[in-house]
Design a protein. Structure first.
Length: 365
């Protein structure tokens, strides 16, 4: 397994800016970028998920500070999530080549481009959308830099399970960027830190089937999504000091990460799929200084909104941040979107019928 892939499963940094507008009126501009051609979702190998990337050009006319990004899915019913990635200069030519006809390209994981291939967690994020988030608005005083003429990659995850009667129609989603001129703005760096924990959910008692065997389940996961998916599941177990070959199944997933720099946490958000029940982010768990950064009980996939902390929390080198998730695998037999699927051992994976335990914090150094 590549070290880059393993490291990327824990942390991704996204640059943003703490903005102090110049004196006087600040002119706000809006830029719209739409998928060049409509896309009819389809999944490989009789799977249930389609990851598709598209190169978008918002035609930004000057160096800018982004105040908000709004992803507007045309077929909201079966868009699982969307991520907007920056395109590095090294990868721009490749992006223009693979999307020369405007139809996009398959991209399980990250953007599928050059150095950004390893994982969606290692690709340079600009913004994201998930059910319940709506417009991605920077907190007061924050923004994201965007250069004149810069392009971006839009990754859309289509969940075919959510399509009514499995009848799909073409999608031509778009994004709307709200920005102000960068000239004259005073800025400060903002970071997003991602905290992942392994997911190991055995079939419930009395439920049997070939995919209840973990190895068979991982092979199926690779065929439905990408070969890297099984390695991601193993990589997270390694990072969280679990046996990657014989992990113990558990309804609770957790992972501790020792921080190596100073941060001030200002907001946090959860991400799980349909079996998730709760997610916590805890600073220095089990110590007198334990602090809850996020406690999302009764997790709802359709409400993955972020929570702004009432008061920023300081994190020092040597501090520990724990992500902890709980799951209910019996929901596979109850939820309409899952109950007709074959029983399976559930691991970390990119499909809607797989799972994730992922906490996100926004912080300044």
């Amino acid at each position: 397994m590549k070290v880059r892939t393993i490291v990327g499963l824990v942390t991704v940094l996204v640059l943003g800016l703490l903005v102090t507008p110049p004196a006087g009126a600040v002119k706000t501009k809006f830029y719209t970028a739409k998928m060049v051609k409509a896309h009819l979702p389809s999944a490989p190998n009789n799977g249930t998920d389609d990851y598709r990337c598209f190169l978008l050009d918002p035609k930004v006319t000057e160096d800018s500070i982004i105040k908000s990004v709004e992803f507007k899915p045309q077929k909201k019913a079966y868009v699982h999530h969307a991520i907007m990635f920056r395109v590095t200069e090294a990868d721009l030519k490749e992006a223009e080549t693979v999307d020369k006809n405007g139809k996009g390209w398959p991209c399980f994981g990250g953007s599928g481009l050059g150095s950004m291939f390893s994982s969606f967690l290692t690709s340079p994020w600009l913004s994201s959308w998930a059910p319940g988030r709506g417009k991605d608005v920077s907190p007061e005083g924050y923004g994201v830099p965007f250069k004149k003429g810069e392009k971006l990659v839009l990754q859309v995850h289509y969940n075919l399970l959510a399509a009514q009667n499995r009848k799909l129609k073409s999608d031509q989603s778009k994004i709307i960027i709200e920005a102000i001129p960068a000239r004259g703005a005073k800025v400060k760096q903002l970071e997003l830190e991602l905290f992942a924990a392994p997911v190991e959910l055995a079939c419930p008692p009395g439920i049997t089937g070939p995919l209840c065997d973990r190895r068979n389940s991982l092979l199926d996961l690779a065929s439905r999504t990408s070969a890297a998916s099984a390695f991601e599941a193993a990589g997270i177990n390694v990072l969280c000091k679990n046996d990657p070959f014989n992990p113990k199944p558990s309804l609770v997933s957790r992972c501790d990460r020792v921080m190596d720099k100073n941060l001030t946490v200002v907001a946090a958000a959860p991400h799980m799929h349909l079996l998730g029940r709760s997610l916590k982010l805890i600073l220095n768990p089990g110590t007198p200084g334990e602090t809850i950064l996020l406690d999302r009980q009764n997790y709802d996939f359709d409400d993955q909104s972020s929570t702004v902390l009432k008061k920023p929390v300081a994190v020092k080198p040597g501090d520990t941040i724990r992500v902890e998730c709980t799951f209910d695998p019996t929901l596979r037999q109850k939820l309409p979107a899952l109950r007709d699927l074959e029983p399976r051992y559930v691991t970390w994976g990119e499909g809607s019928s797989d799972e994730m335990c992922l906490g996100v914090i926004a912080a300044t150094e």
